[in-house]
Structures are given as C-alpha cells and as structure tokens.
Design a protein around this ligand. Structure first.
Ligand SMILES: C[S@@+](CC[C@H](N)C(=O)[O-])C[C@H]1O[C@@H](n2cnc3c(N)ncnc32)[C@H](O)[C@@H]1O
Length: 333
C-alpha cells in the first residue's frame, strides 16, 4: 500500500474517532478532514435552533430598517471597526438575526463533534464561560446539546449547569430574550435553579476575572477583536488564563481561516493561531510538547461548516452562511 493511501486511511480513521461513528444514520461523516457535519445526533435539530432565533425576534423580520442595520454592521465588520459594529441595540439585533443563526448551527455541530466538549456538556454539570458570546450563537449551541442530553437521558440528579456570557457590548436584551425562549421551549420551564444563564457586560481585557471555576471557556470569533483593541492586554489576558485556569479546563478558540486572521507583530504578519499556540503551548512546543501550560487536544487551520440543503431543517427568512474557520481545542495541564 502506498504511503499516501496509508495516510489517507489513517486520516479517515482519525476523523471517525473524532467525529463519530459512521453507522449513525443522522450523522454525516465528512470524507475530508476539514469539514464538520451539518447535523450531529448530539443536539436538537437545526430547525429547532433556527426556530429559536425566529421566534425570539420575529417582530424584527418585518421591519423596513432591518436590512439597513444589517448593511451597517456588515460594513463595519469588514472594515474591522469591531466596537462600532455592535454599539447600539439596532445593530446588535440585526447581527443576531442575520449571522447568529448560521453561527449557532456551526457551533452546535462543532460542540457535538468535539468529543471532549460534547461529553462535558452531556455530563450536565459544568461551569461554562462564553467570552464575546453576547450575540447568542454559542448559548444556543451549548443549550441545544444540553437539552438533547436531558431529553435522551432524563435530567441528571446532579444537574448543575452554569453559563456565563461576558461581552464588551451590552447584549443583555438579546441574551435575555434568547434565554427566556430557551427556558420556555427547550427546558419546558423547568430547571430554573439547576441551569443558570448570566450575561455580564464586561470588557474581558479590563476586568479581573477568576477563571479557576470554569470547566469550558470559549472565544469564538473574538480573539481578533481583542488583539485589534489592545495587543499588550490581550497577551496579558492569555497569560492570565495560563496562570489561573485549573487542570482539565477546556479552551476552544475559533476564528476566520486564512489571511483575515493574520496579526502584525513588529514588521511581520503571521496567523494569529501561531501566536496563541506559542503563548498557551510554550515557545518550544513543536520540539517539546511538554513545554507549555496547555495541551493541544484538537485543531485544524481550516475547517468548513456547510449548511445542509433539507428545506425542512434549514428554513429561515434570511440567508444562512457556510463558515470556514480554524479551531483550536486546548486542555489545561
Ligand atoms: C465578531 S463578534 C462574534 C460574536 C460571536 N462569538 C459569534 O461567533 O457569532 C465578536 C464579539 O466579541 C465581543 N468583544 C469584543 N471585544 C471584547 C472584549 N474586550 N471583551 C468582551 N467581549 C468582547 C464583541 O462585542 C462581539 O460580541
């Protein structure tokens, strides 16, 4: 057997190990290692996730101004004017209607596909911190995996799940709306004491946070913004994660794949994930994997999430986007 074929089989086996069992009827196994499935069996189906966003904001879809605010957010994000893009409720609502549903589908697939993240959520006992998660996609994704675990296995006697969302922009109206819709339609108005969802309007770079209590921290499409705001404080923030996270804590980072996520340090530009790897895994991690404070559990420099084409699952009044991104999943040593 040629080495290329051997490598290809090994890659496919690795993929099966990472993304599940090919016998699953409702689980699409990608033939390329750089794709996550449009649906996994470990969450509520896409139609429930899209319905959550539609029902939460249905009044906005008829507003003649929605398209105007969508365009304004799009332009500001394109120009990397990140803080301006989310500086009022109209723009935040527009982002949430237009982009959060696709993101929520992709993150649901990602959380369902990454065994370590999935099992933590399915354990029904976790303390989760979603940094830059005010727009609700991560919240919907975590809750859709958690709800499925509760539906499939009944609520655990030890159900104790806390979700903190920290964001520099005030997404409180949006997260309140989504949370109450999730509580009503997914949790059937149960588990008020057992599942807590808290939004905090915090700038993570200027707020001292005790990371030691969290089992899972996510920074999804937020790291570029942190470095754009303040490189020095962003480095300090990552060092704080090194110093204060407890062993076993999972840290998931995603960002656009490719040159959009290149960062300039001095006169050089390089992919932001190289910088983060160096801070978290140590300067010499390639030669010496024991070097840093974290281990790299799973990673890819380019991964696709593609929205499926079953109209019963993927019907939504606005465009749903495919996503190409890199991810890194680290575990604290
Ligand atoms: C591009 S949006 C991504 C939103 C969401 N995570 C997603 O993937 O759809 C970046 C988010 O990070 C937040 N953010 C930017 N700088 C921040 C900071 N210093 N502290 C906390 N949140 C921040 C923004 O307000 C925004 O909600």
């Amino acid at each position: 057997m040629s080495r290329r074929i051997e490598r290809s089989i090994a890659r496919r086996e690795l993929l099966r190990a990472e993304y599940g069992d090919s016998d699953d009827e409702d689980y699409e196994i990608s033939e390329t290692p750089n794709t996550i499935p449009s649906i996994t069996k470990h969450s509520l189906p896409p139609r429930d996730i899209l319905k959550l966003f539609y029902d939460s904001f249905h009044l906005l879809f008829d507003s003649p101004d929605l398209e105007k605010f969508i365009q304004s957010v799009k332009t500001e994000l394109y120009n990397r004017e990140y803080l301006a893009a989310f500086d009022n409720d109209d723009k935040r609502m527009a982002y949430c209607c237009r982009w959060s549903p696709s993101r929520a589908l992709a993150y649901t697939s990602l959380f369902g596909s990454l065994i370590e993240v999935r099992e933590l959520i399915q354990s029904q006992e976790a303390n989760v911190l979603l940094i830059g998660g005010g727009a609700g996609a991560e919240l919907a994704a975590v809750c859709s995996v958690l709800t499925k675990a509760i539906v499939d296995n009944d609520a655990s006697e030890d159900l104790d799940f806390n979700i903190d969302l920290f964001d520099i922009a005030d997404w409180s109206r949006i997260t309140n709306k989504l949370s109450s819709e999730i509580r009503k339609t997914w949790f059937n108005n149960k588990y008020q004491d057992e599942i807590k969802i808290n939004f905090k309007n915090h700038d993570i770079l200027n707020h001292s946070t005790d990371f030691s209590t969290y089992n899972f921290i996510s920074l999804l499409f937020t790291t570029n913004e942190l470095f754009k705001e303040d490189k020095k404080k962003s480095l300090q923030f990552f060092q704080q994660l090194n110093q204060t996270c407890e062993p076993g804590t999972l840290l998931l980072i995603t960002e656009s794949a490719g040159s959009y996520s290149h960062i300039e340090i001095g006169t050089k530009k390089f992919p932001i994930q190289f910088l983060i790897d160096t801070i978290l895994l140590g300067k010499h991690y390639q030669k010496n994997p024991d070097d840093g404070d974290w281990e790299l559990v799973r990673q890819t420099d380019s991964c696709w999430y593609r929205v499926g084409n079953d109209p019963n699952e993927y019907s939504y009044p606005l465009k749903l986007e495919n996503m190409r991104f890199f991810f890194r999943l680290y575990r604290k040593k």
